[in-house]
Design a protein around this ligand. Sequence first.
Ligand code: GKE
Length: 338
Amino acid sequence: MSGLDKNLPVLVTGGGGFIGGWLVGELLRMGHGKVRSVDMKPQSEWYQVHDRAENMVLDLRGLDACRQAARGQAYIFNLAADMGGMGFIETHKAECMLSVLINTHMLMGAREFGAKRFFFSSSACVYAADKQTSADVTALKEADAYPAMPEDGYGWEKLFSERMCRHFREDFGLIARMARYHNVYGPHGTWDGGREKAQAAICRKVIEAKQSGKHEIEIWGDGEQTRSFMYIDDCLKGTLAIMESEIIDPINLGSAQLVSINQLVDIVESIAGLKLKRRYKLDAPKGVRGRNSDNTLIKKLLGWEPDICLEVGLEKTYRWIHDQMVSARTGAKAVGAR
Ligand code: GKE
């Protein structure tokens, strides 16, 4: 595993977002001296702004913007995407697919400017739906993406872009690395506004119930659907390890701790110190019935797997969201994502 040369420039697209904002900070903390962070959002809406980075606002759906972002960069972490939780990707399929413009143009820019390595953040949403029909799901192995039947819209774009990375490697020699992220969460993640994922949504709803005194919570689906959720620190560690590795095919990057949404709510209620009446919204966006990460390959190739348990990660996430909600309510500047 060759470490990245800290003297060479590194680009993070989506640097104004959740994972990208953390990755820029981590690269700076590791001693990378030339970190470029690019996002299409105005900097005032960035989840984290790192003054030691070169921060740029560019709409990376355009080729010229991607060329400008990629110019002179040795390493490119391409995390930029129009995405969110099930409440967003189920109702914005065309917009999610337009991320293919970002991925296509970023690959073209990486090739044109001779990037040494390129990382693409793929997703567990590439996995075939017919392997995710049971809450008692068999953990998904990398081969389970084929025969292809990914999540409509968002999943198809991620799978297509994986294959583009592969062909830019085969045809043009670009060293591309791909991780399939399994539902990443943590402080500075989106927690309100419609793009939030389940963990942040449940934290927000529990806090709202506690603050309002109305001790009930709305849960999408019947609560028996299952997922695994990966804490941001594991995501960063795995992303950097995969970028530095010689792993040429897409690889799972996710927790193997399977929980039902009802169990997720149990954990958050325990953190908050209360029990709520549960109302189930059966017509809400539900996604697949069950999904978990099979970590056989990452353990074999990297000798590691994500291991921060949900109870630990949720405690930190809950506290952070609580602080954001208090700040928002008292009018103090809420730092971080909405
Ligand atoms: N977002 C949300 N909000 N989900 C809820 C809620 C709620 O208030 N209550 C229950 N759920 C349920 C959803 O119905 C779904 O069954 C499960 O939690 C997980 O929803 P999610 O976190 O929004 O998204 P998914 O895991 O289904 O899909 C996500 O997977 C990621 C990769 O693992 C995608 O939306 C992408 O964020 C990403 O590809």
